[in-house]
Unconditional design. Structure first.
Length: 206
């Protein structure tokens, strides 16, 4: 797995020319980052997972295998959902002059916050925002926004519980440790929640 400008990209991974990786990012196997998508530093995307066009993945995120972040949707208000009416050139290029293109709103890409864990085989639909610190259970299909530090599971995904109590969640969001320098983050005592909060409060002067 070669190191390229601080990123670690597998030989089979694909990154669109107009995508942005905030080094270091790690892409395993056949992970794909599509056009105008962004992935924050110290996030990894596992094999056969895709961050689709316009998707945004924050820092320190863990994305499992076979995950789709913001896959394309089809127009359901038209007489047909077939791409012959809007993207025939992508699927059937020999007929690009036969079918006129009638574009439609794809909706904005999915937005994944910081320190989010997305389990294997999960799907986050377009125009959905997943808050900081959230956990998406394996195999879940997320069709609506997910609150910070919330754990959601199922199809469609439903709120299971929060990782921490309300006060702790508010404190962590205010401290936003993922915005600190790499040196500062490296000194967080991650093994102990109370010590971590105390360190961050001291660092932030609160």
């Amino acid at each position: 797995m070669p190191k390229i400008k601080g990123n670690y990209l597998s030989a089979k991974s694909k990154v669109a020319d107009c995508a942005t990786l905030e080094a270091p990012v790690r892409l395993y196997g056949s992970a794909r980052i599509r056009e105008k998508a962004t992935v924050g530093r110290f996030s990894f995307v596992n094999t056969r997972s895709t961050v689709y066009q316009g998707g945004k993945v924050g820092r320190y995120c863990s994305i499992g295998k076979n995950v789709e972040v913001g896959p394309f949707n089809h127009p359901m208000e038209r007489i047909s959902t077939s791409p012959v009416s809007y993207h025939v050139h992508l699927h059937f290029p020999d007929f690009k002059d036969t079918f006129p293109s009638h574009p439609f709103d794809l909706k904005s890409g999915a937005v994944i916050g910081n320190d989010v864990w997305i389990g294997t085989n999960a799907m986050i639909m377009r125009n959905v925002t997943v808050g900081d610190g959230a956990v998406i259970g394996a195999g879940s299909i997320v069709t609506k926004d997910v609150e910070p530090y919330s754990i959601v599971v199922g199809t469609p995904a439903q709120h299971l519980r929060y990782r921490f109590d309300e006060q702790t969640r508010a404190t962590l969001l205010g401290l936003a440790w993922w915005d600190l320098s790499v040196e500062e983050v490296s000194k967080i005592p991650f093994h102990d929640l109370e010590e971590s909060v105390a360190y961050l409060k001291h660092l932030r002067g609160v």
